[in-house]
Design a protein around this ligand. Structure first.
Ligand code: SAM
Length: 227
């Protein structure tokens, strides 16, 4: 991976991995969080067992839930630190996903090898989200689904999160409306694209709080289908 922006993103997430993952593991929220997100993914995905690629898996939040639902899951990321955390968790689990280094924008898997591609909090940080969607369409079997959870996190601009690089180089980082993400799914070749507000996550965030530096805000599930 030689893209300098992507290298910066990878380093950022590797440095953040321990605190990010520790926050996800907070015992006071973990069980309820798993219940809420499992219901969201169950409703969006084909019946288990399906072959699912979770892109930008981080420390594996989505991947582990999907494995627990009975899916055959591949979690992929470019951050070594995040993947290290994911593999540490996997070592303690009976039903564990496999975790691999792979670029969400250009994933190197055989054509038509997955029934679903998932991602949570990933679309906003992709350097070329439309190219990513096109590659996911290629990886999906006919009728397969893409399901992306995200929000409009940086409507006032990304600032210096990834250093001084302009947010313009990440097309969805400063999206003002989730329809921008839906349009990327459409332009990437998916049909039946839908946006669902995740009220259950909003409730959870209101009652249990969100990570330091974040505000409680509505998140969405954006889904589409390979024709
Ligand atoms: C906000 S974290 C989300 C992690 C996880 N999906 C979750 O829900 O906790 C964003 C993740 O996307 C990963 N990422 C960013 N760009 C990527 C790319 N091009 N390919 C693969 N992973 C990427 C980062 O390394 C990071 O782990």
């Amino acid at each position: 991976m030689t893209d300098p922006l992507q290298a910066t993103i990878n380093d950022y997430w590797t440095e953040r991995a321990p605190s990010y993952d520790d926050y996800q593991q907070r015992p006071e929220r973990r069980d309820l969080d798993a219940k809420v997100w499992s219901a969201i993914w169950s409703a969006a995905l084909p019946e288990a067992p399906a072959d699912v690629l979770d892109v930008g898996t981080g420390s594996g939040h989505v991947a582990f839930l999907l494995a627990d639902l009975g899916h055959r899951v591949t979690g992929s990321d470019l951050s070594d630190g995040m993947l290290e955390r994911a593999r540490e968790h996997a070592a303690t689990r009976r039903t564990a996903p496999r975790f691999v280094v792979a670029d969400a924008v250009a994933p190197d898997f055989p054509d038509a090898s997955f029934d679903a591609v998932t991602g949570r909090y990933v679309m906003w940080t992709l350097r070329d989200p439309e190219a990513a969607v096109r590659s996911w369409v290629r990886l999906l079997r006919p009728g397969g689904v893409v399901a992306m959870a995200d929000s409009t996190w940086f409507t006032d601009g990304l600032g210096s999160l990834y250093g001084e690089r302009p947010a313009a180089t990440l097309p969805l980082a400063d999206a003002r409306c989730i329809d921008e993400t839906a349009d990327v799914l459409r332009h990437g070749g998916l049909v039946d694209v839908l946006v669902e507000p995740l009220e259950s996550v909003l409730e959870l965030d209101r009652s249990h709080g969100v990570a330091p530096g974040h505000d409680v805000q509505l998140q969405y599930l954006v889904t589409g289908r390979r024709p």
